[in-house]
Design a binder for this molecule. Sequence first.
Ligand code: G6P
Length: 369
Amino acid sequence: EKIEKGGFPHFMLKEIFEQVYSIRDTIRGRVNLEASEIFLGGISEMLPKLLQADRIIIVGCGTSWHAGLVGEYLLEELAGIPVEVEYASEFRYRNPIIREKDIVLAISQSGETADTLAAVRLAKEKGATVLGICNVVGSGIARETDAGVYTHAGPEIGVASTKAFTAQIAVLTMLALSIGHKKGLLSDEKYRNYIQELYHLPNKINEILKKDEEIQQLTLLLKDCPNAIYLGRGCQYPVALEGALKLKEISYIHAEGYPAAEMKHGPIALIDEKMPVFVIATRDTYYEKIVSNIKEVESRKGNVIALINPGDEIVKDIAQQTIEIPDTLESLSPLLTVIPLQLISYHIAVLRGCNVDMPRNLAKSVTVE
Ligand code: G6P
């Protein structure tokens, strides 16, 4: 086992660090930098259907559901397709309306999650075209879907999903970009820009991983908090949800992820000097809004830990702590902002003496209801 962990104390940490390579594996052979092209062989025959789709319904559970929420943002923003994201466990027990030009997309690391598999079967019964994004080759969902894209993240052993999440988002990004370009929504130049940036993203992940010690230091002050709040807007909202889930899963600290503007409809009542509030405050469309959200938290004495882009003196001035994330295109930034949140959860869990790789009551793959 020691060898399998490759010198890391836990699989989770190994898998967080592997993201530099796993993202490369996900895009390898699919993103062609010279030709500025994306080719997803597994679904190439489905492209005509995707180009004409009225709607994509994404189903998944846990972290895969969060990747679906990032996918919603990407597919609507870049590919102009309306998207709904459903918990597979809810979808399968409703009588979901699926129309002729709807496509159902199941996301699952293991490809064996019982609820997601049942959702796939229901969608097929209803005559839908069903696609899959799975990590495990030959898994149930991969076999039962009409076509799909493997994430190629390699085996994920830690129960809390990390590299599979970023691989799922990388696939969703490639899907959204290729559809958007084929539909003429993305100019050749924009498409090329995205492709180049996506290609170089692993280097930026590496930059963030170099801050591991700094992040570990920061968690010393947070390890005893009973609660935590995570805030983000736009495509960072699902990242906030994922940050909160990671903390809950492995450190047993109660955490909630919220769209930052919703804070005033409830969570703000919880904020006092004991409450860490993680805010994803990268310089994007919502930047000004996020800055005012941080001020609201600060004025209630909350302890703001903000993820910022380099040189952001405004947020540095008002937040208690900041972690710098390299600049990138807004739609690609979830692939970067989630990394420090994974590291934060990991270090807090270790400091609390928790079993990081096998947290209590959780399973890597929930194959029964
Ligand atoms: C379990 C795991 C999570 C995972 C979820 C969905 O709850 O602990 O890490 O996100 O199942 O699993 P899947 O294999 O379908 O992505």
